[in-house]
Design a protein around this ligand. Structure first.
Ligand SMILES: [Ca+2]
Ligand SMILES: [Ca+2]
Length: 273
């Protein structure tokens, strides 16, 4: 849904960054590929924001809510209920599973051999339209900061309106090599105006890149289904309910519900309902 003011013709203004003051507090800012209407408490804040946003054309990318190559697989019938039983809504699940949050368990996916990798949606319990994506790097060559990674979208709009359990995407076109680390990122409330806002607050499975270096995800193996599951918490520190179920997804090296044989799972904790 576009929130451009009625009668505003985007075709005529694509070349330049134009700013419309609609009244004292509401502003539409436009660049070649980004626009937004916001409330501003003061003119000074409005000027600050516009000068920042209009310098960067990659702030916003128009993106369908669902990728054209997404497909659905049959996932283990008890995975959704088991994942939510392990990480119930609005509970402090950090206390329930301390070994995943503060312990030494493996909290990332590392490939032990060349393979295709798939991500399947399991469930979500979040109030806003988050964005899920991934990035890769070689183990032993960890990027110094999030600016050095190539962000790829998986589910642009993590919303149960658009996604059902088992909705799946393959990561990349080529097989991924042994020694590849797969990281994930969540852009909080990043899907709006039919696209993705890449500069909204983002959490990475490389926790050292997060604000307050906060760990915002859990990774575990679910015993009954044998699935490797990742859950994100989309709020930071005191604001967070720490339920780690704001998106829950499964990472697999096959789409036949077979055990994963290409991931280093030795130090990954197995949880049973
Ligand atoms: Ca939640
Ligand atoms: Ca939460």
């Amino acid at each position: 849904m576009s929130i451009l003011p009625q009668g505003l013709n985007t075709n005529s203004i694509q070349k330049n960054c134009l700013i419309f003051m609609l009244n004292h507090y509401t502003v539409a800012k436009l660049t070649a590929n980004c626009y937004e209407v916001r409330q501003y408490p003061s003119l000074a804040m409005f000027v600050l924001f516009v000068s920042f946003a209009c310098e960067d054309d990659d702030v916003y990318r128009k993106t369908p809510p669902v990728a054209g190559d997404m497909f659905n697989i049959e996932i283990c019938p008890t995975l959704v209920t088991n994942a939510l039983a392990l990480f119930p809504e609005a509970r402090n699940n950090e206390e329930r599973h301390t070994q995943l949050v503060t312990g030494t368990s493996q909290q990332r996916i590392v490939l032990t051999k060349e393979t295709d990798v798939y991500v399947s949606f399991v469930t979500e319990a979040a109030a806003i339209g988050n964005v899920l994506g991934y990035y890769i790097y070689d183990d032993g060559n960890v990027p110094g900061d999030a600016g050095k990674i190539d962000k790829q979208l998986i589910f642009p709009n993590v919303d149960a309106t658009y996604l059902k359990p088992g909705d799946t995407r393959k990561l990349g076109k080529e097989k991924l090599k042994a020694g590849t680390v797969i990281g994930f990122f969540l852009i909080v409330g990043g899907y709006r105006n039919d696209g993705v806002y890449f500069q909204r607050p983002t959490y990475y499975t490389n926790s050292e890149w997060n604000k307050e270096k906060s760990k915002q995800h859990v990774l575990y193996r679910e015993q009954e289904c044998g699935a490797v599951v990742v859950g994100f918490e989309d709020r930071l520190s005191v604001e967070a309910d720490k339920d780690y179920n704001d998106i829950v997804f499964m990472v697999s090296d096959n789409i036949e519900s077979a055990e994963n044989t290409s991931f280093d799972l030795q130090e990954v904790v197995t949880l049973a309902k």
